[in-house]
Design a protein around this ligand. Structure first.
Ligand code: BTN
Length: 271
């Protein structure tokens, strides 16, 4: 893809984005843009609880209280990065939420690989990383009705043109951006577009029950599998070799002769 010169503020061009998604089956049916929001996930959840179709995108130029996993803050300054939430209504069992999360990570990595040559990969469950530094994160929040997921808000944050010198000190060592990895400026509109096009493909496969294909693709793009890792899960710390993920998206960790299944946690790659 040709990376164009971008204007100083790199405005998100919503009409162009809508146009690029006109062939989507579900994702991007409507796009709602804000200059600032507390959190696109919070807004998307409120909107969907009041009743709306699936496939709507909430995108904001900045967030005042961006949310990360485990109640962390997601640093969200204006004009630099992507902060968006996609409203889905999959009506599948709550155990499938983890597959939605793997599916989103696959879509982000496949999209990012289309616009950049850097080796973006997935750290379990859904961190988007380059050489173990975090380029993006995914936060999925769900509501259930009659034992089915009635709403899934898929929050995606990607560091696009964020410079190390602009990052708060506490994330400078662990985060990165497309700009820092390549030296190039990326028009955010194109970055959103490639990710959402992939998400449309993978969500349709998900709805058709193609779980195995999603897991296979996740493994293909993962930098966790076959590595010696440490996982902090609640008050427990496990270590061993990551050997796969199961049909519920749980990480399979081989420790001596036993396999431990981990459903949530923070991974550190040891070597
Ligand atoms: C993580 O901790 O890795 C997940 C980060 C998710 C951040 C995105 S930015 C858009 C959406 N809105 C939020 O408040 N969080 C997610």
């Amino acid at each position: 893809m040709h990376i164009r010169d971008i204007d100083f503020e790199d405005r998100l061009r919503i009409n162009e984005l809508k146009d690029s998604l006109k062939d989507s089956k579900i994702i991007g049916r409507d796009i709602i843009y804000f200059d600032t929001l507390s959190s696109t996930n919070t807004y998307a959840m409120k909107l969907s609880e009041n009743g709306c179709k699936e496939g709507i995108i909430i995108i904001s130029n900045s967030q005042s209280s961006g949310k990360g996993r485990f109640d962390r803050t997601w640093v969200s300054p204006p004009n630099k990065n992507l902060y968006m939430s996609i409203i889905l209504k999959p009506y599948v069992s709550p155990e499938e939420a983890a597959i939605l999360s793997l599916m989103t990570a696959v879509s982000c990595v496949k999209g990012l690989r289309k616009i950049s040559t850097i080796n973006t990969s997935i750290k379990w469950p859904n961190d988007i990383v380059v050489n173990d530094k975090k380029l993006g994160g995914i936060l999925i929040e769900t509501r259930s009705e009659n034992k089915k997921i009635s709403i899934a808000v898929i929050g995606i944050g990607i560091n696009v043109n964020f410079r190390f010198c602009e990052m708060p000190e506490e994330i400078r060592e662990i985060a990165t951006s497309l700009k820092e990895e390549t030296g190039l400026d990326y028009p955010r509109t194109e970055v959103v577009s490639v990710i959402l096009k992939e998400l449309d493909i993978w969500y349709n496969l998900f709805l058709k029950g193609n779980k195995e294909k999603i897991i296979d693709e996740w493994i293909r793009h993962s930098s966790t599998i076959e590595k010696h890792i440490r996982v902090k899960s609640g008050n427990f710390i496990y270590s061993g070799i990551a050997v796969g993920v199961d049909e519920h998206g749980r990480l399979l960790l081989k420790d001596n002769d036993s396999i431990i299944r981990i459903s949530s946690g923070d991974v550190t790659v040891l070597r």
